[in-house]
Design a protein around this ligand. Structure first.
Ligand SMILES: NC(=O)c1ccc[n+]([C@@H]2O[C@H](COP(=O)([O-])OP(=O)(O)OC[C@H]3O[C@@H](n4cnc5c(N)ncnc54)[C@H](O)[C@@H]3O)[C@@H](O)[C@H]2O)c1
Length: 304
């Protein structure tokens, strides 16, 4: 039986990834410090440890016997802007200790590092390909870039078997942070959606099941050293998103504008995922409109 370690297993994407691996017959170990993780999200079939990914001896023991280590644990963009010291520790030493734990094994497991399309900052080219340069607009992004570069340096120096994925604005059941679920929840409660900025900022919203499928399909040694965008290529403004969410809930799209937060520096985002399509045969299967129509986001947002 294949064995995977998932860091951030009680997080939004990590919990979906664990379920997908279990459904495919994998043995799954997970680690989460429950800083924002939710216990109810984690399947009882996950062999779960409560701990810190920066704990090097713990990570070495958890990586033992694993075929793949999926590193997702993170202090998110908001927390990283508030508590910069702790977030820098987790978001740089965390990936570092995962890489070191893999290298400490006689047969290092494949490491899939979940980075982010935020490493492009405000890209000049849209849809943005993987070849676009790094631009760090906030501490979260700076740490992702550092973790990518450190991992790639260990690949060159020590043969770390590393693949990097950069998902774009993931949404779906159980997400608590993103605008899709926040707008749906506000409309369901009969309240206006709160939009930061003028509502014109665009993002490329990618459904969590598509992202999990993409992350999993990169987990092969033939992709070591490669970087993959996971996005739909479609730009959706916050105002358009509010309209779609209002339609899904069956109300009028009332909005309240509040000032943009300083860490949000990106006006436009859409990803070029041609590389994932050609190399992995990956493409997004769930559109924003369809997922909202089926209300898959809001029902589970209430539950998880
Ligand atoms: N959600 C998105 O839109 C999105 C987009 C691009 C990339 N990503 C990346 O995907 C990964 C997962 O994102 P998510 O949305 O599921 O985030 P999340 O915040 O829901 O999950 C992260 C999990 O990591 C845990 N964690 C934090 N610090 C830890 C530590 N020191 N030790 C152990 N666990 C710790 C948290 O408790 C949480 O359960 C992250 O690396 C994130 O940067 C997410």
């Amino acid at each position: 039986m294949k064995r995977a370690l998932v860091t951030g297993c009680a997080g939004f994407i990590g919990s979906h990834l664990c379920r997908a691996l279990l459904a495919d017959g994998w043995e799954v170990r997970g680690i989460d410090d429950f800083s924002v993780g939710v216990a109810g999200r984690v399947s009882s079939d996950v062999e779960m440890v409560i701990g810190d990914v920066c704990d090097a001896p713990l990570m070495r023991s958890l990586a033992a016997g694993c075929d793949v280590v999926y590193h997702l644990a993170v202090r998110n963009i908001m927390i990283s802007a508030d508590d910069v010291e702790d977030s820098w520790r987790v978001n740089t030493l965390g990936p570092g200790s995962v890489y070191h734990a893999a290298l400490a094994q006689a047969h290092p497991p494949l490491v899939v590092f979940t980075s982010s399309v935020s490493v492009y900052g405000q890209a000049d080219v849209i849809p943005t390909p993987e070849s676009a340069p790094y631009k760090a607009g906030n501490p979260y992004t700076a740490a992702k870039i550092a973790a990518e570069l450190y991992g790639l340096s260990l690949l060159r120096l020590r043969d770390l078997p590393l693949v990097i994925v950069r998902p774009s604005n993931v949404y779906g059941p159980g997400h608590r942070e993103g605008p899709v679920n926040r707008f749906l929840a506000r409309y369901a409660a009969g309240q206006p959606a709160i939009i930061e900025g003028n509502g014109q900022a665009t993002r490329d919203y990618t459904y969590v099941a598509d992202v999990v499928r993409g992350i999993r399909s990169t987990a092969s040694r033939e992709y070591v050293g490669q970087i993959f965008n996971l996005g739909t290529g479609k730009e959706v403004s916050l105002l358009s998103l509010a309209g779609l969410c209002a339609d899904a809930v069956g109300c009028t799209a009332a909005v309240t504008f509040v000032p943009q937060r300083a860490y949000e520096t990106v006006a436009r985002r859409a990803m070029d995922a041609t590389r994932a399509r050609i190399a992995l045969g990956w493409k997004p299967l769930v559109s924003l409109e369809d997922s909202l129509r089926q209300s898959t986001c809001i029902s589970a947002a209430d539950v998880l």
